[in-house]
Design a protein around this ligand. Structure first.
Ligand SMILES: Cc1ncc(COP(=O)(O)O)c(C=O)c1O
Length: 499
């Protein structure tokens, strides 16, 4: 069939059909959001189930709409793990809030590409404006620059590339040949995206020096200083310190103000990974925990983790956008424009393609704008604060039960604990006892498996100083205080069953 022979309704849906299908989709989404809690939170699908249910080759001719919806319900949904489920307590939760879903739909319809200011002035200026709003809500209002990336892994990669660019000897033309051995410092609790960035940037995994943490799993500034001194004596060049405010396992918060002093004294870039925890700075009573992060060279916060914005929305802030630009700006002739920072410097409208990995850029700012505008700062702050308060309550319940033990402090909305029947309170009364070996690992794995098999709550685990720890993280908009109490009863019930 030639292009001219195609009937019009095969080119794209006509308006009536689009409306009909759109109503079906909106109805589907509304029903889904009303009943997410009725789905098994962790998919019961076995590897290969969905692949086998789908035809091995794509269809030669259009598939009927009703059949597509049926396949969605019968084949795809059973293979979903439901991140929107209110008792998704594994990893760090996220939320497809109604506002975010609508914003993302509009962004998809507009389908703009904000690589340059002129290719989408709205996308560019909205990105500048909403990242600024969020910066002010988080106490980062003096940071002059914000950019939306897909994930924190990308934001940290961009930050580390800028940090390398800031090394005086580094020459982008020659790349790593222009410098000797470079070093990045991060706590032993820092996220693996730091190592990945070091590998991608050609510094090598060995470039990341893991720094010991204190009893509360926060980076030890004295150990950091010692590591830098040793490296300098050995001719190694420090490039970047990564401080984490809300580490992945325990949500420990590194002492950013102290670390910032070291970074400044040593003239080393400071990057703050606040991918998850940064959201808590929207709560005035919690803001103090982040003290010093506003002075960092770069900070990453993911609205798609704990600020009710759908995937993928990670904001990278920087006090030194010129270094990002030096690391990433590369403008072929066909992309030259007479407006934008390629010509005008930093005061001109931003051409975001010059500050990161991507050239083509979706309209993520529209989704973030819709979410921030629909909630407003006060409501968002209350929602985040609720999560922290409820987890504080849960931590108290765990501490009061002699058969359970918390394995880390609980500064934000994540609690790490384990079951250790018959051990009772520790001699010094602390709940952070050191026990040789890990005699409770199998029992706790079985407990976690038993809870997750029920299908109504999803917990994950981590390992802390050699001990297997259960981990319950709250961050979903639809989670209620009762959900946490139910989950705790489920844990206690499963503990009895596996003992
Ligand atoms: C502290 C921290 N940093 C970075 C990341 C990576 O996030 P992303 O999935 O957005 O790359 C995570 C993921 O959970 C994290 O907890």
């Amino acid at each position: 069939m030639s292009r001219n022979e195609l009937p019009n309704d095969l080119l794209d849906l006509d308006s009536d059909e689009f409306r009909r299908r759109g109503r079906d989709v909106m109805e589907w989404i509304t029903n889904y959001l009303e009943s997410t809690r009725d789905y098994p939170v962790l998919s019961r699908s076995q590897p290969g189930d969905l692949s086998e249910a789908l035809p091995p080759s794509g269809p030669e001719t259009p598939v009927a709409w009703e059949e597509l919806l049926r396949d969605l319900d019968e084949k795809i949904i059973p293979a979903m793990t439901h991140w929107n489920h209110p008792r998704f307590f594994a990893y760090f939760a996220n939320t497809g809030s109604a506002a975010g879903i609508l914003g993302a739909a509009l962004a998809t319809a507009l389908n703009s590409n904000g690589m340059l200011w002129r290719t989408s002035p709205a996308a560019t200026e909205l990105e500048t404006r909403v990242t600024r709003w969020l910066a002010e809500w988080l106490g980062l209002g003096d940071m002059p620059f914000g950019i939306i990336n897909d994930t924190a892994s990308t934001s940290s990669l961009v930050a580390l590339a800028a940090a390398r660019e800031a090394v005086p000897a580094y020459d982008r033309q020659q790349g790593m040949r222009s410098v000797g051995v470079l070093r990045i410092y991060a706590s032993e609790q820092a996220h693996s995206s730091v190592d990945k960035a070091a590998a991608i940037l050609g510094m090598g995994l060995d470039a990341v020096r893991r720094i010991d943490t204190r009893a509360d799993f926060s980076l030890d500034p004295a150990a950091l200083q010692k590591a830098i001194d040793e490296d300098r004596a050995a001719g190694v060049t420090p490039v970047c310190i990564v401080a984490t405010t809300g580490t992945t396992s325990t949500t420990s918060i590194d002492p950013v103000a102290e670390i910032a002093e070291i970074a400044q004294r040593e003239s080393v870039w400071l990057h703050v990974d606040a991918a998850y925890g940064g959201a808590a700075a929207i709560v005035p009573r919690l803001r103090e925990r982040f003290r010093g992060w506003e002075t960092a060279d770069s900070v990453v916060v993911n609205p798609h983790k704990w600020l009710f914005t759908p995937m993928c929305c990670s904001v990278l802030y920087s006090n030194r956008p010129a270094m990002l630009q030096e690391a990433f700006s590369l403008v072929p002739e066909y992309l030259r424009s007479d407006v934008g920072d390629d010509r005008g410097g930093l005061d001109a409208p931003v051409d975001y393609m010059n500050y990161g990995v991507q050239l083509g850029r979706p309209f993520r700012a529209l989704t973030l704008w819709m979410v921030l505008s629909s909630y407003g700062r006060q409501v968002m702050s209350t929602l985040v604060d609720n999560h922290v308060c409820w987890v504080e309550e849960l931590a108290a319940l765990i501490d009061a039960d002699p058969d359970f033990e918390r394995l880390a402090p609980t500064p934000l909305s994540t609690v790490c604990f384990r079951y250790h029947p018959g051990v009772g309170p520790t001699e010094d009364g602390s709940s952070l006892s050191e026990v040789d070996g890990d005699p409770w690992a199998d029992l706790n794995e079985q407990l976690m498996g038993a809870v997750n098999a029920e299908g109504t709550t999803f917990l994950s685990h981590t390992r802390l100083r050699g001990r297997l720890s259960l981990r319950l993280a709250v961050g979903n908009l639809r989670t209620t205080r009762e959900d946490l109490h139910t989950a705790w009863e489920q844990v206690r019930g499963a503990a009895v069953r596996v003992s």
